[in-house]
Design a protein around this ligand. Structure first.
Ligand code: C2O
Ligand code: CU
Length: 424
């Protein structure tokens, strides 16, 4: 997002002490319905800044598996808009895309309504003029809780890049600064020693990567709910659109979440790590054990010696032309698969740039990266393709619709690196 003035946009709690972006009022008293109104409006601080309900990030929507989510989107912008429910397998008419459909016109209201079937950390954002509208500040987190998981103090952290000079342009190239829940980094979280915290992170940046590192890094979930088991990598890469969840065991001493330089053009980059979030310990005490997360277990599925569909990602910064299989959206070949089919999709990155691949309406298992299975069974809706990667994924085509498949570097998608996969 590009804004410098937005510091004034909203007081999200006391400055310095970080909290989850506040919720929106639930208009339905029924316990299994979350009904909210999201008003997309210019923020008033600068003409290029937008917000939902005057908040950046937008309200955190929190529901549980089996609940019905009802969202009235009120469009008070001068532009059409929509909401896409990133990572949620919604009925196609609720997906917020404008392929073969119209967006919500200025002055209109549209009601999104669907059932939440999978726990996880999802997010919502427009899918019309997407790079600009997300950059302008329209996004928020949707948490779907599973009552079978331990109830733990829960913190949502939304990361976004802001152009340093606040120019009205995408904050994807040049000098950017990371913001956390609408505040410039580093932000501070304070908790008592001896407490446990579930931290849900979203990278909402149009094009910025996060390569995060902190001591005792304990990842419990990816972008589609709990991992098969606790994962303790040295660092976590979060590309645009990706989410992950962690447990923080607060003990005697605080720590800093550092963002290491990461280049779009292939992994490590030069530069110093930058502090993003600082954990401060209020009353030091021994760290607790981890929570008894009901990890499902399981190993990666076998990578078969074929692919049903291949998507080849090509393009370059020099030409600023980005495509899949040589085509630029909307002039694309629509691949169709029958409802219920098991489909193996091969993603080939032929370009000198990384691309976070996102598939709507479905989720997939990562079978292999350059021929090697992932270290643990991985279910995802967004997966980063490193430079020259060949990645195999498999999904069950269990949701009928015309699903967008695209790079989540939004300027790449907007330029054409997007196609359609039909389940019929
Ligand atoms: Cu998060 Cu097609 O988008
Ligand atoms: Cu891309």
């Amino acid at each position: 997002m590009s804004r410098a003035l937005a510091l004034l946009l909203l007081p999200l709690g006391a400055l310095g002490q970080l909290q989850s972006p506040p919720p929106a009022e639930d208009l339905d008293p029924a316990p299994d319905v979350l009904h909210v109104r999201l008003r997309a409006a210019a923020s008033g601080d600068a003409p290029w800044l937008y917000a939902y309900n005057g908040q950046n990030p937008g309200p955190t929507l929190r529901a549980k598996v089996g609940d019905t989510l009802v969202v009235e989107l009120e469009n008070t912008l001068d532009d059409p808009t929509t909401i896409h429910w990133h990572g949620v397998a919604v009925p196609w008419a609720m997906d917020g895309v404008t392929w073969m459909g119209a967006p919500v016109a200025p002055g209109e209201t549209f009601e999104y309504r669907f059932t939440l079937t999978r726990p996880g950390t999802f997010w919502y954002h427009p899918h019309f003029d997407t790079a600009r509208q997300v950059d302008a500040g329209l996004y928020g987190v949707l948490v779907v809780e599973d009552p079978a998981e331990p109830a733990v103090d829960d913190l949502v952290l939304v990361f976004d890049t802001v152009a340093e000079h606040g120019a009205p342009r995408h904050a994807d190239l040049g000098r950017v600064r990371w913001w956390v829940n609408g505040q410039p980094a580093p932000a501070t979280v304070s908790r008592r020693g001896g407490s446990l915290l579930r931290v849900r992170m979203l990278n909402a940046s149009n094009a910025g990567y996060l390569a995060l590192r902190w001591p005792d890094l304990r990842q419990i979930a990816g972008d589609q709910g709990l991992l098969p088991r606790l994962h303790t990598p040295e660092r976590v890469l979060l590309g645009p659109g990706q989410r992950a969840e962690f447990e923080w065991r607060v003990g005697e001493a605080g720590f800093t979440v550092e963002n290491e330089p990461h280049s779009l053009h292939g992994g490590d980059a030069f530069g110093e790590p930058a502090p993003l979030v600082e954990l401060r310990v209020d009353a030091p005490a021994p760290a607790p054990d981890g929570a008894p997360w009901p990890f499902p277990g399981g190993e990666p599925s076998e990578d078969p010696p074929y692919a049903d569909i291949v998507y080849a990602f090509a393009g370059s910064d020099r030409t600023q032309r980005w495509m899949i299989n040589g085509e630029r959206f909307p002039d694309v070949t629509v691949e169709a698969v029958p409802l219920g089919a098991e489909v193996v999709l091969e993603l080939r990155n032929l370009s000198p740039t990384e691309h976070p691949f996102h598939l709507h309406g479905l989720h997939f298992e990562v079978l292999s990266v350059n021929g090697t299975p992932p270290p643990l069974r991985t279910i995802a809706d967004t997966w980063n393709l490193a430079v020259h990667d060949v990645v195999r994924v498999r999904f069950t085509a269990d949701n009928p619709g015309d699903w967008m498949a695209h790079c989540h570097i939004l300027p790449h998608a907007e330029d054409g690196m997007m196609t359609v996969l039909r389940v019929e």
